[in-house]
Write a protein that binds this ligand. Sequence first.
Ligand SMILES: Cc1cc2nc3c(=O)[nH]c(=O)nc-3n(C[C@H](O)[C@H](O)[C@H](O)COP(=O)(O)OP(=O)(O)OC[C@H]3O[C@@H](n4cnc5c(N)ncnc54)[C@H](O)[C@@H]3O)c2cc1C
Length: 508
Amino acid sequence: MQLRPWDVVVVGGGCSGLATALDASARGYRTLLVERGDFTGGTSSRSTKLIHGGVRYLRQGQVGMVYGALRERHRLWKNAPHLVNDLRLIVPAYRAWERAWYGTGLKVYDALARGRGLGSSRLLSRRACLSRVSTLRGRKLRGGVLFHDGQFDDARLGWALIRTAISLGCAAINYAEAVGLLESRGRIKGVRVRDLIGGREWEARGAVVVNAAGPFADSVLRMDEPRQDPSVVLSRGAHIVVSSAFLPGDSAVLVPSTDDGRVLFAIPWKGHVVIGTTDVPVDAPSREPVPGEAEVDYLIDHAGRYLTRPITRPDILAAWAGQRGLMAAGTGQNTAALSRGHSVSVSRRGLVTVTGGKWTTCRKVAQDTVEVASDVGGLSPTHTRTATLRLHGYSIRRDVHDPWRVYGNEAEAVRALEEADPALGALMHPSLPYRLTQAAWAARNEMAVRVEDVLARRTRALFLNARAAAAAAPAVARVMARELGHGRGWADGEVRAFRQLARRYVCE
Ligand SMILES: Cc1cc2nc3c(=O)[nH]c(=O)nc-3n(C[C@H](O)[C@H](O)[C@H](O)COP(=O)(O)OP(=O)(O)OC[C@H]3O[C@@H](n4cnc5c(N)ncnc54)[C@H](O)[C@@H]3O)c2cc1C
C-alpha cells in the first residue's frame, strides 16, 4: 500500500507530535501522523497533569522559559476550557523566613504572567492553610502561600489535539510504527510504516518527515544516521495515587525543596490524589516504565513529612512512571537541573527532530517545529493558526467535579448512548468514576481499538485505581467487542493483556 504523498509526515503521537500535526494541518499542509502505540501512550499520558509555568525553574534562573510557559498556559486555558482548570496550590512554610521568601518568588511568578494569570498569589496564615488542607502537618507550621496554576487531563487533551487536526484534514493512525525512512536524491522523503494490528507494511512519502518520538527520538534518528550521538538524556519520573482521604478538598500542596532539590506535588485529581514526582536518570528508553521501589519509598516518605495521615503501600491505588526525553546539553547527569526547553534540529539528509519541551508548551514547540519543517520541505510559508484555535469539544465547562466535562460539547451525545441501551449506564466499577457508555463512545468515535486505550487514556481508570481497572476489563472488553465486531476470543485476549499491564501499576 502507498498513501498519497504528504507535505508533512509526523512520527510519534505524544503531545509534541500531536501538536505538530495540528499546527501543520491548520496551516493547510497535508499531514499524516503515525503512532506505534495509542495516541499519548508514551510520556504524554503520564505527566503530573499541570499546565504550568514551572515555579521551580525560577529558582534556576530560567525566567524566559517560565515567561513563555505562562503565556502558553493562558492559551491552553482559553483554547480548551473543558480540559484545563484552575488549581489552587499551597506552599506550606515551616520556617520563619519561608513564607516571605516563597511569597516573593510567587509574586514574581504572578508578574511574569502579566495579566494572563489564573489568580494572584497571597500569603496564608497558619489557620487558613489548615482550613484549606485539613491533613497538612500543623506542628511548627508558620503559614504558607497560595498560588494558582492550571491542571488538565493529559490523555484527553491529546485526543482533543488530534481530533482537531483530523477535522482540519490530518490523517492520524495509531498502532502504526515507522520502521524505516525513505530517501530520494539524498533527502529523507517519507517513512516505511508497519501496521501493528493488520501486520502489513506500507510507504508514506512526504516533503518532510518530523521525528517526534520523544524518549525514542534517537532510535528514529539512527534510521537516518546510524552513528548519531545521543540527542536526548532520559530521566524517569514516578507518581503514586491514593484516596482523597489523604488530601481532602480542592487545594494541592507543593513542597518546594525535597532531598534531591525537586519539588513535590500532592494534587487532587478526579476524586483521588496524585503524588509526584521523582527524577531518576535512565540509560535506555522503555515503552512501559515502572516506578522503582526507591522512588515509591521516596514519595511515601516525603508526603509523610507534610501530611498527617501516613501513606503505606496498601494505600496506593496506582503507581506509574513516565520518561522525560530532555535535550542533551553537556554531560551533567543531574536531570532535575537539565532544561525543560525544546530544540528542533535538522539532519544532513533533512530529517527534522524535535526534542524536549513539556505539555504546557507543546503548541509553541509545534509552531517552531513546523516552521523549520516547512522550510526543509520547501512548503509555501504560512503563519501558525494555533494560538487562538479552539480545540475539539470546546465548551466553557470548568467544574472539576463534573465527570462529563472532558467531553466538552459532546457530553450530551455521549450520555445519549444510554438512552438507546440503558445497560451502558452501569459504572465500569464501583470505585471508578466511569460508565460503560464511555467505552462504547471511545470505540465508536475515539479510535480506541484496545481495552487498554479505553481504560488508560480515553478514561483514566488505570491511572486512578489499577486493581479496579483490571476488574473492569471484562465488561469493557464485552462492550468494545460488540462495538468493533470482535468475537469472544478477542475479548478474552484483551482482558488477559490488560490485566498483565495493570499489574505493573499495582504497588505490592
Ligand atoms: C513524570 C513526568 C511528569 C511531567 N509532568 C508534566 C506536567 O505536569 N506538565 C507539563 O507541562 N509537562 C510535564 N511533563 C513533560 C511532558 O509530559 C513531556 O514533555 C511530554 O509528554 C513529552 O511528549 P513527547 O511527544 O515528546 O513524547 P511522548 O509522549 O513519549 O511521545 C512520543 C511518542 O512517539 C512514539 N514513537 C516512538 N517511536 C516511534 C516509531 N518508530 N513510530 C511511531 N511512533 C513512535 C511513542 O510510542 C510515543 O507515543 C512531565 C514529564 C514527566 C516524565
